[in-house]
Design a protein around this ligand. Sequence first.
Ligand SMILES: O=C(CO)[C@@H](O)[C@H](O)COP(=O)(O)O
Ligand SMILES: [Fe+2]
Length: 222
Amino acid sequence: MTLPLRIAPSILASDFSKLGQEVADVVEAGADWVHLDVMDGHFVPNISFGPDVIKSLRRYTDAFFDCHLMIAPVDPYLEAFAKAGCDGITVHAEAGPHLHRSLQTIRSLGKKVGVTLNPATPVSVLEDVLDDVDLILVMSVNPGFGGQKLIPSALDKISRIKSLIGDRPIEIEVDGGITAETIGAARKAGANVFVAGSAVYKGANKNAYRDNISALLKAAEA
Ligand SMILES: O=C(CO)[C@@H](O)[C@H](O)COP(=O)(O)O
Ligand SMILES: [Fe+2]
């Protein structure tokens, strides 16, 4: 099944001193989704922001909030992120601690359900949860930081996931090192949602963001 191509800028690369404006600007510049990287300093070696910040960002846009939770254990916090205004909630396969329970909880909260695979997480973890997810997030870098280089083995992993899901309407999202140079290969492999932090937020103003998103779209469609 062919799902729409979506650009999901990660606000991790934005200017945190004016986060609300940065979210509004990137949506005005053509972002389809807003990617929110939540880090706990435990599951990943960095700390970003939590549900209160997401709640305050909700005032700046109605765009889809794609919440990538890099926290463990994640289950105790799912409801807080749902209430904060996340539209999609994505948990790492290892973070639950029980993946199936986490996915069922997100479903029961009425949100789009996502599972994330780290570079070393095998595709086989998806086999028994395929009918419980709306989105599979493939990390193409080790999670924790923006501005890293895409790990090439992620492309083959995306192709294998694409075959595995068959005609299920599951979004395949790729996250890490997506630039105008790498987006085409990720699209060919089968991804339809592209997270891009540093490639979108370079230039630090709305016009630059618009140009950066256009360049990504052009490269993805080439
Ligand atoms: O989840 C993560 C990092 O853990 C990402 O969403 C990055 O923030 C993407 O940043 P770039 O690689 O596009 O700069
Ligand atoms: Fe992310």
